[in-house]
Write a new protein. Sequence first.
Length: 392
Amino acid sequence: MNNFQYFAPTKVVFGKGTENEAGSLVREQGGTKVLVHFGSGSAVKSGLVDRVCRSLEEAGIAYVTLGGVKPNPRLSLAREGIELCRKEGVDFLLAIGGGSVIDSAKCIGYGLANDGDVWDFYSKKRQAKACIPVGAILTIAAAGSEMSDSSVITNEEGWIKRGYSSDYCRCKFAVMNPELTYTLPDYQTASGCVDILMHTLERYFSPTEDSMLVDGIAEAMMKTVIHYAKVLAENPTDYNARAQIMWAGSLSHNGLTGCGLVRDFASHQLEHELSAMFDVAHGAGLAAVWGSWARYVYMEKPQRFAQYAANVLGLQVDYSHPERTALEAIKETESFFQSIHMPTSIHEMGIDLTEEQIQELARKCSDNDGRTIGGFKVLNREDMVQIYRMAK
């Protein structure tokens, strides 16, 4: 196990009706003027935004609102939010939604607390020195942004999707009422479950040795997600299933399952370019590329895939030929994706990649040969091309 730092300062308020505590939670953090940030409709239509604003009013806290966040959140709206908050004297950001809304709020927070263009942080030109406090009321279990140190933003100029991580942006509190996820479309629920699973898989597939404790936590989490994703496919209003998935989503991306490990996250980087170019659901894109990534890299450490096969999927291991078990595990994972109606190729998302598009995806993913990705196997631009071809 390698040296590590673990920091998870977010206060979690979990359960039914907890969104009504928003006002007291903001006041507890010293907020006096709030930006209520949300998506394109469901949070308004369901009455959730009104309930939260009423809670703020009852706590004597002023607020302004900014909706319109889209999946794969846009830099332009974040910049609009930065200007609105400066004009209104906002000192606290309250995100009502899933990862896209929370990530957009974090981006606004960086822009408010630092001089210059906020995109500089995501393009790795400089580091942030602060972030305006952010709180979250979660409506989608998926990205884990409510407890993570990361945010991801899409710049419409060139359609480049990039992430930025620092402890400054970690949410001060996260309100998690599983009932708020009941009305999600089945596809969005399934896509979220894949994203949660991938946040753990991308830490689990590591070259680091001797990680028994962290492995055990990760394996239990992955088994939980796979089991309850299938339950939700049959019964979308099963409260316990929603609760298990929601809590797994937070734990999968707050750093817990990566302590002491070299992380991978190549599949996430590959998918970011897909969702930037084609605006696909992030979890679906991950399902579409993961099997191709896995087949491309499994011979680096087939024993790791065999361990996953046995401890998560319950498969028999061929110890004399672990590579056979590795391939079986990849196939079984893709069968799980299919069982919850997720794609296992890019074509299944209605996209037929041209060779020119493959080259463009790899060019962007590699930052014009300026970076490699992955930790399980380090991938260069040509590796990326090969995986996109396999996934098409």
